[in-house]
Design a protein around this ligand. Sequence first.
Ligand code: GLP
Length: 261
Amino acid sequence: MEIVILESPAEVGRVAAALVGKVVTDRPDAVLGLATGSSPLGIYRSLAARVAEGELDFSRASGFALDEYVGIPLTHPESYAAVIARDVIEPLGLDPARVRVPDGRADDLEAAAVEYDGAIRTAGGVDIQILGIGANGHIGFNEPTSSFASRTRIKTLAPSTREANARFFDDPAQVPTHCLTQGLGTILEAKRVVLVAQGAAKAHAIAAAVEGPLSAMCPGSALQLHEHATIVVDEEAAAELALAEYYRYTYAHKPEWQRFD
Ligand code: GLP
């Protein structure tokens, strides 16, 4: 894994966005793996600024969101379909017809999950998957004890995840209990992964994901199995990394051609 520790949350967004931007510059019809949550907002802001400058063009790219709540109306502002439209499709100038979000309203949720997983493969796979991480180590909505081999499926949200996401709803009781999420096995098939985390609340999850044992109790640790996973964190989220100095040294001494910022 490549661990990049930066001064500020803004730097995290800028550097992770540079990695995404490089993929889209090299391949304008790239398939993007899109995450919701507050963590990747800096990436989308930085990319949107570069689009506005005419440096990047996402009009030929396509995207697959990681997850969606079950049963939430599409028009609800916190449905991930609405979040992806607002935070990603519009500011980046993606073609809405080329961006998919799992269908949490499907009559047959299991069939919808299988179809979604297959559609990612049919599209040729994800070129770069953007990820945040939950304080309990989840990626997408793969809660602790998710199988490393899991595919897109229905999951029950952990109570701590529902509490964390209650801030987005008027009433905590409105937070859905279930979701559709890409599986860890699905995520691991992306050609590149960039995970971002900011703030002290993520320090434990980052240390467990990067330096802990491979464990279903920390779904983010599955990324240790990925050949091209980059973890971009600010100082606060890096606070529990035992080898932080080594990561700083490694990143500072990377040859120019290997840098992406
Ligand atoms: C959410 C999402 C994840 C996200 C995580 C952390 O509920 N399903 O994709 O990475 O929890 O959220 P945040 O970035 O807001 O801290």
